[in-house]
Design a protein around this ligand. Structure first.
Ligand code: FES
Length: 95
């Protein structure tokens, strides 16, 4: 079988967990697609619940750290092989 020059998937790290997703989707979609029951998205400042909502750059509920840069609107960023994503959940002490 001949190997395709084009990969249909990419693997990214989401909170240190490798996740393989379709190439060309947004980081927000990739993270939502691999959301596990019991996991929560929280505002890093006050700990209130949040999650990507509009998926078009309006609501700012999808802020994530991408490749070490915090507060990126993840719905506006396309996944790339080896990308490192952190959901920026609330830290200890947030209410
Ligand atoms: S999901 Fe609304 S700005 Fe990204």
């Amino acid at each position: 079988m001949e190997k395709s020059e084009h990969n249909d998937t990419v693997t990214i790290l989401v909170d240190d967990i490798p996740v393989t997703v379709p190439a060309g989707i947004s980081v927000a979609a990739a993270v939502l697609g691999h959301h596990h029951a019991g996991e929560t998205y929280t505002n890093p400042v006050d700990g209130s619940p949040r999650a990507p909502y509009c998926l078009m750059g309006v609501c700012f509920e999808c802020m994530m750290e991408i490749n070490g840069e915090p507060n990126i609107q993840s719905c506006l960023v396309t996944v790339e092989e080896g990308m490192i994503v952190k959901r920026q959940v609330a830290t200890a002490g947030a209410k």
